[in-house]
Unconditional design. Sequence first.
Length: 659
Amino acid sequence: MYCTRVVLAIGLVGWAIPVNPLAQANGLIAVQADKPGHTISPMLWGIFFQDMNLSADGGLHAEMIRNRSFEDSDNPEHWTLIERGGGKGRMSISLEKPAAVDPWHTCNRRSLCLRITEAGTRTPVMVANEGYGGIAVKAGGSYDLSFTARGGNGFGGPLTLALEGRDGKVIALHTAPDIGPEWTPFKVEFHANVTDQGARLIFSVTSRGTLWLDEVSLFPRKTWKNRPNGLRPDLAQRIENLEPSFVHFPGGWVQGDTLPEGYRWKETIGDIWERSTQRNTGQYWATHGLGYHEYLQLCEDLGAEPVFVINGGMSRRENVPMDQMGPVVQDALDAIEYANGPATTFWGALRASQGHPMPFRLRFIEIANENGGPAYQERYALFYDAIKARTPQMILIAGCPTDQRPADILEEHLHDSSEFFIQQAHRYVRYDRHGPKIYVGGYGITPEGGRGHLRGAIAEAVFMIGMERNSDVVVMASYAPLLGNTNHRPGNLGLINFDSARVFCIPSYAVQQMFSVNRGDVVLPIEVNSPSIEPGPRRGASGTQAELKDLKVGRDADVPVMKSLYAGATRQTPTGQIILKVVNVSNEAQPTRIHLNGVSRVEGPAVATVLTSGKPTDENTLDDPTRVWPETQTVALSGPSFLHRFPANSVTVMRIKAE
């Protein structure tokens, strides 16, 4: 191919790399395309869902009313009393005569009590709910309101229901003429005549007496997959666009701060008004409208494996005594039966009664989350013995190394700085190939002077290349957090961020998508030569399990030299394509010679997806959601060896058709 041929030694014995000495290249990427390595886990890229930062309520779950059943506290939180003109009233939480059919076993015992002492046709008394930072409605959209109500002390109606815009104008209006002394359900269909993301729902009365309200729910008619009690379409679609292989749920708050606050899946199924509300570790109340059944349904709709985290009898402050662990372990067995059992079983029949007669496909269970120590070891053994005896094919994930029983997969978490993740490029090279497989169950850049910037995404891409190259050990990985409501941001931004109407994804989302939709089935050996750059400061690792086990960086363990280029290669056998992933972590473009060793012919052009921006600190926002977003390019190929210029601060995924 070339007039002059030289051999460049790059550390792989027997590799003869033809290069053109006249080409101006700073580096070399050599792929051994005809000697494939290990098979890549088809489960490698998934998502980690947990109800933090209003991810479920106020997020993925499409319910638009906050504190819809008045169970959040002894005060009517998130509801506002409005007195106009001379109207007078007072609002409180009532435990009198619960709305549920079975008051002795209900989880929904509170209702809203509105006492109107002064009211007239022109001076109404109202209660309003603004949802989660405003109720977003669209012109032409339909919205289904349901509630139960009863009257007393002379109040019998009418009750006016309205969606009111932020400017005070009525968007949609309906009247319930008669309110009797017994709880009565009402259903109303609203049709919005304008678009407004800051609307609120208002109940308005103009006569004296007492009104009780409960079970107030407002849903958009259109949900994802058009399911009742469904999901917000724009958020669910962005999750689907990630093409995850698995969904890990319900997340770290499964343990709870105390034992009563721990996640109990049986309290999240059935009628939504009979589900237990729960104060989660995000310090707000969760309704469990998105419950165990809905999580399983989400996995099925995504074509993803459910990975269910069961409460392990441990909280952040206390543990269930060992002699009382029987019911806790039984919960895990019952959860498996609900998901997988035939409709002739008790829990399988309950699943069927919820509209899903066929079993879900649950194969993975994690025992607790982010727990460790001797207390975890003895409890893990109980779960292991019981689950393996009942369903030996179930794959068990442990949250830390186990000593009494084996773990099929071991979970670890990593959250740290950008420089740390770049220096962890070779982390998994030294992991024991005969030990348990690894699930990197939550990783991502912590805040470092920015929130969700390009530099963080670039560093995570380096780390992900390392996981993919070592996917004989790392069989599952998921970024965390996944979702975040911009009105509630105590920690990191999620991959997907939103208010009541708008959405933006951080650059890390683009990286996750680029890796997930560009999967190979086998790893190809690769060697990378590129200029060295000065590493930035690195903080220590955080998380669980093996984070502090080996902070050395592969073959550069003693002196953690940072290279400008990091790369990995895989082959997608069905399409005959080589998938090359390259990250340039430097502030300079890198002209690089790419050689596909063992390839006789390439079919061009190649297709490259490139994520970059003007500055490494560039971020996306609600007002500028695509400032940092990948672009697709075509790359002319002169043959199996070609020159390509990788932009500064960039992630590139290139697909090459090769023989």
